[in-house]
Design a protein around this ligand. Structure first.
Ligand code: NDP
Length: 496
């Protein structure tokens, strides 16, 4: 990993033309409207991007549909090679892409942006390998003259809509398996972080895919995103975003295949026998990584009363060691929050908790003396009651809210009680307790003795059934289950 960031001016000058990418070409938008991209770290205008119209979206969808039949019939080994070429291009430009991510998103360049770009490339590599082993069963037939085969086949043309917290890794979770499986894609990145998406699109363009397999339309959610969601030519929609956005899209989409990765409210449960040093480090990492703006962030810590005081002291020490500032400085562990609404939500949730008896024991306010007012202190709040927004809702800010628990059943009830169920963590040294909690927690993912912010690129990740965190799985070969469908072919054979 290189130790110095590419100067942001150099990264900006390396951007492709900021136009839409449709049918294999950079093309002007019909609308002529533009959106500003502003750095949360400096407040400076980084660039202006096209605000794609419904007509632009229509062109992109038509080009993706036209490309689909040829692409799905291209041998999987050829599609796999294309994914490897994309990964090569991303890695060749990783410093530029990471610099753009830090500038437009705000995350630390060395600690977070570079690893994000590397993981994005890895997602294409994993898909390239997995598609070569995309097996499906041959099943027994009741009719002695029949043979029943199944095939995993591409669904068609996908609209992929992604958030601003991971500008390249989340899109790549869809693109790798989507493209490898023979789907075609129209991509709408988040309006706050589209520049890394333009760079990634250029990497895809340089990998020589047939025109129309991949298309980029930049714009906002309610207009450009909605035009994509409601377009009759879209067969599948992949959304990573807020639960409320998932609700809207589900209603607007009609009968389309949906893959929804939505919000979380990750509890970390600390039992009386936990390794408290490890638990405190995990809680701080889970709450402060990407300034808490992660779907599986540690949103609340449920601590057994018997170890509450020791845990609190340790987590405060961890918070003290988080250096906040310019995301391009190597020693910085936390940059600015991405935008004013997410920061104001954090403040609203804190104020609500304080009104209900909570106590800020570290941090709790914006950092003075920074170029913008989007920097927030790493914060620890104690004595948080279950009826607070900090407990009930996704905060998405750098806060460790500590809630004291009296017994295991209360911990399980609180953990499961918010309707979210993306990733939960439990700290205990007792394997029986660990598996008891893993079984009882209503969550897509459970981590034992590590942060809620733990994941690996190839593991199945997504919301638990019946929760507000979405459905379907992103991660490795498991994404193929959602981005393909199983086609059954029944063959009649004559007896000789
Ligand atoms: P949003 O839901 O606000 O936005 C996500 C994307 O949806 C953006 O591209 C947005 O466009 C678009 N969008 C918004 N409204 C519509 C609409 N009506 N029609 C079509 N598209 C629309 O989420 P954030 O960007 O604020 O991201 C944070 C959220 O994402 C958190 O809740 C977080 O938990 C969740 N998330 C979930 C993950 C998971 O794996 N489960 C992973 C990462 C994040 P625009 O912003 O440009 O207007």
């Amino acid at each position: 990993m290189s130790s110095t960031a590419v100067p942001i001016d150099r990264a900006l000058s390396a951007l492709p033309p900021l136009k839409l990418f449709i049918g294999g070409r950079w093309t002007d938008s019909d609308s002529q409207e533009q959106l500003d991209v502003v750095s949360p770290a400096t407040g400076k205008l980084l660039a202006k991007i096209p605000h794609a119209s419904a007509a632009d979206v229509n062109r992109a969808v038509e080009s993706a549909r036209k490309a689909w039949d040829g692409w799905r019939r291209t041998p999987p080994f050829v599609r796999a090679a294309a994914c490897h070429r994309i990964a090569d291009r991303i890695l060749a430009r990783k410093e530029e892409i990471a610099a753009i991510i830090s500038a437009e998103q705000g995350k630390p360049y060395l600690a977070e942006a570079l690893p994000e770009v590397e993981e994005s490339a890895e997602n294409f590599r994993i898909a390239a390998e997995d598609v070569k082993r995309l097996e499906s069963p041959i099943i027994p037939a009741r009719d002695p003259n029949k043979r029943l085969f199944t095939f995993k086949v591409a669904i068609g043309t996908w609209g992929i809509i992604t958030p601003w917290n991971f500008p390249t890794v989340i899109p790549s979770e869809y693109f790798g398996p989507g493209i490898a499986a023979g789907n075609t894609i129209v991509f709408k990145p988040a309006e706050q972080t589209p520049l890394a998406a333009f760079l990634m699109t250029q990497c895809i363009a340089e990998a020589d895919l047939p025109p129309g397999v991949f298309n980029l339309v930049s714009g906002d959610g309610p207009s450009t995103g909605d035009a994509l969601v409601t377009h009759p030519g879209i067969d599948g929609i992949g959304l990573t975003g807020e639960t409320t956005t998932g609700d809207t899209i589900q209603r607007r989409a009609g009968v389309k295949k949906l893959l929804m990765e939505l919000g979380g409210n990750g509890p970390q449960i600390v039992l009386e026998d936990a390794d408290l040093v490890r638990a405190a480090k995990a809680a701080a990492f889970g709450a402060y990584f990407n300034a808490g703006q992660v779907c599986c962030a540690t949103e609340r810590v449920l601590v057994d009363r018997r170890v509450h005081k020791d845990f609190l002291d340790l987590v405060i020490e961890e918070a003290k060691s988080v250096y906040v500032g310019d995301p391009f400085m190597p020693e910085v562990k936390m940059g600015p929050m991405n935008n004013a609404p997410v920061l104001e939500k954090t403040e609203r949730h804190l104020a609500d908790a304080l009104r209900k008896g909570a106590r800020v024991v570290f941090g709790g306010k914006r950092v003075a003396g920074q170029p913008t007012n989007l920097f927030f202190e790493p914060t620890v709040v104690d004595n948080v009651s279950p009826d607070t927004l900090l407990n009930k809702e996704e905060t998405f800010g750098p806060v460790v809210p500590v809630i004291t628990i009296e017994n295991y059943e209360q911990a399980i009830e609180l953990a499961n009680g918010t309707g979210y169920g993306l990733q939960m963590a439990v700290f205990t040294q007792d394997i029986d307790k660990a598996f008891y909690f893993a079984d009882r927690l209503r969550s897509g993912n459970v981590v034992i003795n590590d942060t809620t912010d733990y994941w690996e690129a190839h593991e199945p990740f997504g919301g638990g059934g019946g929760t507000r965190s979405g459905y379907g799985r992103l991660g490795g070969r498991f994404t193929f289950d959602d981005m393909t469908h199983l086609k059954t072919v029944a063959l009649h054979t004559n007896n000789l």
